[in-house]
Design a binder for this molecule. Structure first.
Ligand SMILES: *Cc1c(COP(=O)(O)O)cnc(C)c1O
Length: 366
């Protein structure tokens, strides 16, 4: 049974869709071997480069059907040369997932582990790089959705540039809403997805990368389905190696048009910024504290201490009865925090209603 009452999704994707994007799902049936599909695919690839005004001579967007993790796995397994070694920065679940991928595929790696939510220690990182000159790549998460921490890619990139190291970024929960300076930060590749800050449906993910990082088609492969080189080669020739989720492509194309119509990433950043300030201010008045300072957090998601007297399940279920879906903390944080994401077609009026609902729930409990 599906409840017909619309829920406001405050989880970090999938997001509430605009009517414009929802309607795009109902376009005509289409074969992925027809020119109409090629045009749709090219439109999405171009619009993805336009998000950060990237030059098509140097950068390329490669699409695949899968969730964000598919793009992250494709990035690491396709771009790490067999004789390469990657230093993986961990300060949350998604950094640790990068390590898990490297372990599974036997990619040579070392870890720079931090506590969840801790800032990246640049002096320690510099020492690791000095001790080990086999390191060819650094992999890092931009926005660590575990806590809301926005990692400082600018700082990491200066270490990379000095040493000719390539930077591979999990930008799944920041692409489209936070500043990502591909040129200044010498980003080699950034993996992301349709259903977070770009406000489309889950099903398509992508990697935006420097063309020069793609291996040749003859070089050894780690896998078949997540091979970025093959996807890119086929897409450059207006084709696709496998069946793609056509309806998800329709929706992403529309979501990107809407994104550009609304003013691009800067406008989205500002919109999220306003919503997150409204949320933080409102919750603070109710005695609910944020886990992190504003300037350490993304505008995409913030974590908050659970109000005293509530466990997560009770708080979640009561808010859901009021039409809002919040998100649990992961691991050790599950008992202490809840998370609120500002992604998707949500407005200041929605946040007002959320704050009213929390006020009522806390009032009823005291
Ligand atoms: C959401 C997310 C992912 C991917 O999750 P999927 O469930 O595969 O879409 C990866 N990295 C980060 C930082 C994320 O927030």
């Amino acid at each position: 049974m599906v409840d017909s009452r619309p829920l406001i999704l405050l989880n970090p994707g999938p997001v509430n869709l605009s009517e414009r994007v929802r309607k795009a799902l109902l376009k005509s049936d289409l074969c992925h071997r027809e020119p109409e599909f090629a045009a749709l695919q090219s439109s999405i690839r171009q619009q993805l480069l336009d998000v950060y005004s990237l030059a098509p001579e140097r950068y390329v967007a490669v699409l695949m059907t899968g969730s964000g993790t598919a793009a992250v796995e494709a990035m690491l397994t396709s771009l790490m040369p067999l004789d390469g070694k990657v230093l993986i920065i961990e300060n949350g679940v998604y950094g640790e997932r990068l390590t898990r991928i490297a372990e599974i595929y036997g990619i040579s790696h070392i870890r720079s582990s931090h506590e969840w939510g801790a800032p990246i220690e640049i002096p320690a990182l510099t020492r690791r790089l000095e001790e080990d000159n086999a390191i060819t790549h650094i992999a890092a998460v931009h926005h660590e959705t575990t806590t809301g921490r926005l990692n400082d890619l600018g700082e990491i990139s200066s270490l990379c540039k000095e040493r000719g190291i390539s930077l591979l970024v999990d930008g799944v929960s920041s692409f489209g809403a936070e500043a990502i300076d591909f040129e200044a930060w010498s980003i080699g590749a950034c993996a992301a997805t349709a259903n977070k800050c770009l406000h489309s449906v889950p099903g398509v993910s992508f990697v935006v990368l420097r063309r020069e990082l793609l291996p040749s088609s003859e070089s050894p492969k780690r896998n078949l389905y997540l091979d970025l080189e093959a996807y890119c080669r086929h897409q450059d020739a207006n084709g696709t190696p496998f069946t793609q989720s056509v309806q998800c492509y329709y929706a992403l194309d529309e979501a990107l048009s809407e994104f550009h119509d609304l003013g691009g990433w800067r406008a989205r950043y500002q919109h999220y910024h306003n919503l997150v300030q409204q949320t933080r201010d409102g919750l603070r008045r109710l005695g609910i504290r944020p886990l992190m300072k504003s300037h350490d957090s993304s505008v995409v998601l913030n974590s908050y201490e659970l109000p005293s007297g509530f466990d997560y399940e009770t708080f979640h279920d009561q808010l859901k009865e009021n039409g809002f879906v919040i998100y649990a903390g992961q691991g050790e944080l599950a008992k202490r925090i809840f998370r609120i994401s500002t992604m998707g077609a949500i407005t200041a009026a929605d946040i007002d209603r959320l704050l009213q609902a929390i006020t009522r729930i806390m009032g009823a409990a005291s």
